[in-house]
Design a protein around this ligand. Sequence first.
Ligand code: LMG
Ligand code: NDP
Ligand code: PMR
Length: 399
Amino acid sequence: MALQAASLVPAAFSIPKEGKSSVSLKDSSLFGISFSDYLKVDSSSSALRSKRDFNQRVGAVRAQIAPTTTPAVNRAAPESKKTLRKGSVIITGASSGLGLATAKALAETGKWHVIMACRDFLKAERAAKSAGISKENYTIIHLDLASLDSVRQFVDNFRQSGRPLDVLVCNAAVYYPTAKEPTFTAEGFEQSVGTNHLGHFLLARLLLDDLNKSDYPSKRVIIVGSITGNTNTLAGNVPPKANLGDLRGLAGGLNGLNSSAMIDGGDFDGAKAYKDSKVCNMLTMQEFHRRYHEETGITFASLYPGCIATTGLFREHVPLFRALFPPFQKYITKGYVSEEDAGKRLAQVVSDPSLTKSGVYWSWNKDSASFENQLSQEASDAEKARKVWEVSEKLVGLA
Ligand code: LMG
Ligand code: NDP
Ligand code: PMR
């Protein structure tokens, strides 16, 4: 089984390739409405309260937007430039789309070694090769997030590699928008929440020890979120909407037998399951922050990189959707971002010295400058975050 082949093979190929042309984000507005940062502010959320504190401190006028200048991908702090050792970053799902583009952006700086944590070893090897990532800048280690045994095996294999861990990027995801019936992970959890949330939850929990041992100046855990899980946005209001309800399905194990396959206990809907999983990702990031940031100094953050309408995420969607979605996002919503530019954004969150704030959700404005964005009420609900955490740790065998 592929799982047993969990390999630890250093990269062996290096073929340089021209970068793709990038698309710059202009005005992200449709019919006069700004989509990139239109936000309903929920004054009861704790995220807002902490943001307010932050904004009061920095004297920002707008509560939800604290733009930073667009920094170079790996602009090292001047004093550390010469002495800093190469950073070591694990990126899950680095075999395509955003993960691959981020691996490329980081590797190209020469300042990062990327551990590509991928379920298809050969695909990852080919992807690294065709992206032109030099062999000394990456290692592929097998990881199938849809199997908790594989997650544990990955952690063992990573430890055996002897490399330090400075940054973990939880990027991999699956999306089944047209599935009529749920499919399940090795442990019998509905596939999208099982992979996108539970697999990453176990991975990040196990790797905290490794991050703690790192002597790197800025240690980070980044979990990729999305606008479509946030119902304070137009995109988050396209049905079906994310909603975790009272977590009865999650508590029942999402197995579709004696419990619903959906977190809220409702009927299966693949698009909703994906959006729910992204809400779990964003809640998990904040709960990590509350539990571990002060004690460990690790930065926990999430982000919405923009709509990367061309990636493999939409592989299960109907052909008409795949054909229309990129032009729709490019010319109508203007929320489109190329894989290359999205990779640079995530690479900033990994490595930029100015993006060390913990517990935040980053987005980018029309000038491609990063800003701290406002999560929806549900995605910033501290009580729900705690419950998701507690139920999840039972499901993955940590409690
Ligand atoms: C659904 O299918 C599944 O049914 C559902 O179960 C779930 O899985 C869901 O979230 C996943 O997917 C997807 C299908 C359903 O969507 C599509 O195929 C449409 C995708 C969106 C693409 C829209 C194409 C519009 C045409 C763009 C052409 C590009 C032209 C570029 C050049 C422009 C030059 C100026 O469909 C839907 O979800 C609804 C689709 C309805 C399509 C309507 C498109 C209109 C877009 C306009 C924006 C809306 C703004 C409203 C204001 C209008 C004011 C005039
Ligand atoms: P892709 O499908 O291109 O990439 C997803 C990656 O996840 C692939 O490398 C895939 O591996 C990997 N993966 C899937 N299942 C598993 C598994 N069980 N174990 C290990 N790896 C797995 O999609 P994107 O690049 O678009 O998605 C990356 C992230 O960005 C996701 O978290 C997504 O939610 C997020 N995102 C994407 C947006 C977009 O517009 N595309 C917008 C907002 C957020 P393989 O190559 O083997 O299939
Ligand atoms: Mg959405 C107005 C801005 C906007 C943005 C930024 C997105 C992002 N979308 C927007 C609007 C709309 N979308 C509108 C008006 C519609 C109705 C036509 C629409 C439809 C739509 C569909 C059917 N959009 C989608 C789908 C998907 O299947 C995608 C999805 O929900 O995946 C979970 C999707 C997305 N839209 C986005 C983004 C970023 C996605 C996909 C990726 C993700 O959230 O990870």
